[in-house]
Design a protein around this ligand. Structure first.
Ligand SMILES: [Zn+2]
Length: 286
């Protein structure tokens, strides 16, 4: 069933687990997420990146919405990392009710202005919005310490940011990175605890590919309600295609698609277990 992202996140926060938000680019990925969620009786989020939206347009949004509606478990559909007011308006018109407005590359002042303007548009449509404070691009391994510290989410600023923008969920930067981690990630849990005390909205952690079990568990205990997963799912898709074509060069397209769905489903299933959402497909409490 198609549900609201916010009720998924609030229910998860109350019950002490987190929701997996998986970036999908096409039908196979959407089917993989839904199949794994159904098999595990787990809620989940289908996420569309701007690049995928550029390629797939409204048909991709509608495909994801249809997959969510037809599912036997609670699923929401969300636009990830948008810097474009036009894209945000376009997905709302296509039926989406959950978006991320990403102004994290801007100065604090401009991030507030951009996110607040997007929140107004999104809320007028009865939809929900995630914002981001801090910059995920930097890691402590490539930046000088002072610049790395500056790229992380400041708890006091987070409180001001949420109050001024009216966002419904906040993506935090506590040492998490997009893509593969160059070394074992070291998340700043003291910072996460301080952010959790400073704001009331659900917290989101991007860059969950490669986070170990103890980091995920601790993040959930300290208030993370949504983990974004892109890299590992995409890698499973590419590996499935590569291996299928290598072992049987004349494989037919439906067979390749089926193999890709099966491989991605395994990754989704593993993440759902990690996030503690298995068996949580019952009635939403909020
Ligand atoms: Zn992200």
């Amino acid at each position: 069933m198609l549900v609201s992202t916010l009720s998924l996140l609030r229910t998860a926060a109350e019950a002490g687990y987190a929701i997996g938000a998986f970036n999908v680019y096409n039908l196979e990925a959407a089917r993989a997420v839904v199949a794994a969620s159904e098999a595990n009786r787990s809620p989940a989020i289908l996420q569309i990146l701007p690049r995928a939206f550029e390629l797939g347009g409204a048909p991709l949004v509608k495909l994801c919405l249809a997959a969510a509606r037809d599912s036997s478990v609670p699923i929401s559909v969300h636009l990830d990392h948008s810097r474009s007011p036009d894209d945000i308006k376009a997905v709302l018109s296509a039926g989406l009710s959950s978006v991320m407005a990403d102004g994290s590359h801007l100065s604090y002042h401009d991030n507030v202005a951009f996110t607040q303007a997007m929140a107004d548009i999104v809320h007028k449509q009865g939809a929900v919005i995630e914002g981001e404070l801090g910059q995920l691009t930097g890691t402590e391994y490539v930046l000088p310490v002072s610049e790395y510290e500056e790229s992380l989410t400041d708890p006091d600023q987070a409180s001001d940011f949420v109050a001024k923008t009216g966002i419904d969920a906040l993506a935090v930067c506590i040492g998490n990175v997009h893509g593969r981690y160059p070394k074992e990630p070291r998340l700043d849990f003291d910072r996460l605890a301080a952010i959790r005390s400073a704001v009331a909205v659900p917290l989101v952690l991007h860059g969950a590919s490669g986070l170990n079990e103890s980091s995920v568990r601790r993040s959930i205990q300290l208030g993370i309600s949504k983990f974004n997963v892109n890299t590992e799912l995409r890698q499973a898709y590419l590996d499935a295609l590569r291996e299928s074509l290598h072992s049987s060069p004349s494989a037919d397209l439906p067979d390749l698609m089926q193999e890709a769905v099966a491989c991605m489903s395994k990754v989704v299933s593993m993440k759902l277990h990690l996030f503690g959402s298995v068996g949580k497909a019952g009635i939403l409490t909020t």
